[in-house]
Design a protein around this ligand. Structure first.
Ligand code: SF4
Length: 317
């Protein structure tokens, strides 16, 4: 219609599901009605590759689902009794501000704990709460609550904490990928797709898991570990690495406490006893040799796995 303003706008956007995938899509919005009409994952984005995971697949349907909360709820009965009343957003802000002032006055600002996650993993979304809590003088964690223990554990074990760069899977020199205790096919399908592509280009996939997962079913070798024996499998891997003089002593010296004790422990390891304890027989162990030959070219899913992921066993279906 002549003179009518077109309010349909296309914009690039990032998935906001607090997921490091940070998938990118092209969305269409009707800015007049303030609604999102469509979201198409980018085909030429190196990680998104034209598809969302199941969590974001029906983005528009989820956004406007009738069952979605559209206003704040205030608990109106004892905890656990599921009693709430609807309140307006302004009222919610006033209540939060009053509570925060009350805590600051009676207990000091440090009694307020700021916990937040990464949103769409952009700098603004991930970091803006820091400004608020810093101004308030509150207690700020590294960003979350449940994640902190895991990060500390990784730092103690490896000296630093970093996430894995999935693009190493696309390195054409990758000959062996080891996935240890992770079902990419169900919770990181973009990385799973990269693994699949690497396999198509000749890389071998070894999976170590206590579960027979979808990822395990696509593995060239699968070690079906009995729960609780993964540590022993790691020791066997270390034993094999030591035997083949492929231990990175400088790394161990830098990052492993009491490294001599660890080396003594591995030297004294009775391989047959461990193999029998974890229910993997010697023949199967020996049949892993052709995978061992790929070891020097190994490019696993993480530095941890690259350093440890070398002894693979025949698929034990
Ligand atoms: S993998 Fe799923 S949840 Fe994660 S960024 Fe992509 S679409 Fe979003």
């Amino acid at each position: 219609m002549p003179g009518k303003k077109n309010t349909m706008i296309d914009r690039f956007h990032t998935c906001d599901k607090d997921c490091y995938g940070a998938c990118v899509f092209k969305g269409t919005w009707d800015d007049e009605k303030k609604v999102m009409l469509a979201a198409s994952p980018l085909k030429d984005h190196p990680f998104t590759r034209g598809f969302f995971c199941g969590k974001y697949m029906n983005r528009v349907g989820l956004l406007y689902h009738l069952g979605r909360l559209k206003m704040p709820l205030l608990r109106s009965g004892p905890k656990g009794t599921n009693q709430f009343e609807k309140i307006g957003v302004d009222e919610a802000w006033l209540q939060i501000a009053a509570k925060a002032r009350d805590v600051v006055k009676n207990y000091g600002p440090k009694a307020i704990l700021g916990a937040f996650y990464s949103g769409n993993t952009g700098l603004l979304a991930g970091s803006y709460p820091v400004r608020f809590f810093a101004k308030l003088g509150g207690t700020v964690t590294g960003g979350g609550i449940c994640n902190e223990g895991g990060i500390e554990g990784l730092k103690q074990l490896f000296g630093t904490y970093s996430t894995t760069n999935p693009f190493q899977l696309q390195n054409i020199k990758t000959r062996l990928i080891v996935i240890w205790g992770s079902d990419l096919a169900s919770h990181n399908i973009h990385a799973a797709k990269m693994v699949e592509n690497a396999q198509e280009h000749g890389a071998k996939l070894a999976v170590i898991d206590t579960r027979r997962t979808a990822t395990a079913s696509s593995a060239d070798l699968f070690i079906h570990a009995t729960p609780g024996t993964e540590g022993m499998i790691a020791l066997l891997v270390l034993k094999r690495l030591m035997k083949d003089e492929q231990i990175d002593n400088a790394f161990l010296g830098r990052h492993v406490g009491k490294v001599d004790d660890v080396i003594d422990l591995i030297r004294g390891l009775d391989e047959d006893a461990v193999l029998s304890a974890i229910n993997i027989n010697k023949n199967e162990n020996d049949q892993s040799d052709h995978f061992d030959r790929e070891r020097s070219k190994c490019n696993g899913l993480s530095r941890k796995h690259r350093r440890m992921s070398t002894t693979c066993y025949k698929n034990r279906k």
